[in-house]
Design a protein around this ligand. Structure first.
Ligand SMILES: NC(=O)c1ccc[n+]([C@@H]2O[C@H](COP(=O)([O-])OP(=O)(O)OC[C@H]3O[C@@H](n4cnc5c(N)ncnc54)[C@H](OP(=O)(O)O)[C@@H]3O)[C@@H](O)[C@H]2O)c1
Length: 255
């Protein structure tokens, strides 16, 4: 249960090996968060994240096996977390893959797998979380969109379309839960320096996981439902969405 100051005390991370997830948890631990449950696949580096969080001041960090693509398991795996750890104030869901447009075009099954992780799996998990939040009467769900989802670019439209779907889903789910005490926050980062983007040329206004975590922390405190990271990106993307397609094709070409 969020404390008297409204601060998060417990968090479940769906995609527990995420670099941004680690930064978000560390930021929450600087506040009142003491219990973290990292959910992910065994190979996802969650042990290392757990060590960092314990060193950062968490009282309890638990690791559970959760695969975003194994949608049949979601009700049990997520339900067990709520049953075992009681109130979960925040579910942060950074699970995702970037992939490359070339790899997706060469292997359509890989493109479908990206849709399964970045969109379909998170839809399933979010609906399970929403039911559990309803049962406990409160909760905040945070989903990771991307500026790549706001207007598809020809050089990463598979990834972009997964994020477009997730962004629309997050907004719709949030609207459907108004009045229940449950909130859905959608985060729209630009380029963040993490293992996902290692070796890539940074885009303008690139940022860090710590900055994303700080912005999310402010949104939690202020009740905002959309987080741009960094905030300045909302202005170019407002314009980009209005551009005629022929102009957008030119503008969106990466050098
Ligand atoms: N970094 C950026 O520039 C950026 C920009 C916009 C949006 N985002 C979004 O922000 C989120 C977090 O990104 P990040 O930068 O923190 O990347 P990250 O460190 O690579 O985190 C993504 C996590 O998702 C896990 N994952 C992948 N497939 C999974 C599955 N089937 N089941 C469970 N977990 C799975 C990954 O595990 P493995 O490492 O083992 O694959 C990884 O731990 C992602 O959704 C990403 O799309 C990132």
């Amino acid at each position: 249960m969020r404390d008297a100051l409204g601060e998060v005390q417990s968090v479940l991370v769906l995609g527990g090996g995420s670099d941004i997830g680690q930064a978000v948890c560390l930021r929450l631990i600087q506040g009142r968060c003491r219990t973290v449950i990292l959910a992910g696949r065994p190979e996802d580096g969650m042990d290392a994240v757990a060590q960092v969080l314990l060193a950062g001041g968490a009282d309890k960090v638990e690791i559970v096996h959760w695969d975003c693509t194994d949608v049949d398991s979601h009700p049990k795996v997520i339900g067990d977390v709520f049953d075992q750890f009681g109130d979960i104030d925040l579910v942060y869901a950074p699970a995702g893959i970037l992939g490359s447009q070339e790899a997706f075009e060469a292997d359509p099954a890989f493109a479908a797998a990206a849709v399964q992780i970045n969109f379909a799996g998170l839809v399933s998990a979010s609906l399970v979380v929403a039911e559990r939040f309803k049962a406990q009467g409160h909760g905040v769900l945070v989903l990771m969109s991307s500026v790549a989802g706001l207007r598809a670019r020809k050089d990463n439209f598979v990834y972009g379309s997964t994020k477009a779907g997730l962004d629309a889903f997050a907004q719709g789910l949030g609207d459907s839960l108004v009045g229940t005490g449950i909130k859905v926050i959608v985060v729209r980062p630009g380029f963040v320096h993490t293992k996902m983007t290692t070796g890539m040329k940074a885009a303008p206004f690139s940022t860090t996981p710590e900055n994303v975590a700080e912005l999310l922390s402010s949104a939690l405190a202020n009740g905002h439902e959309v987080v741009w990271a960094p905030p300045i990106l909302k202005y170019p993307f407002f314009i980009f969405r209005l551009l005629p397609r022929a102009v957008w094709r030119k503008v969106s070409e990466r050098g």
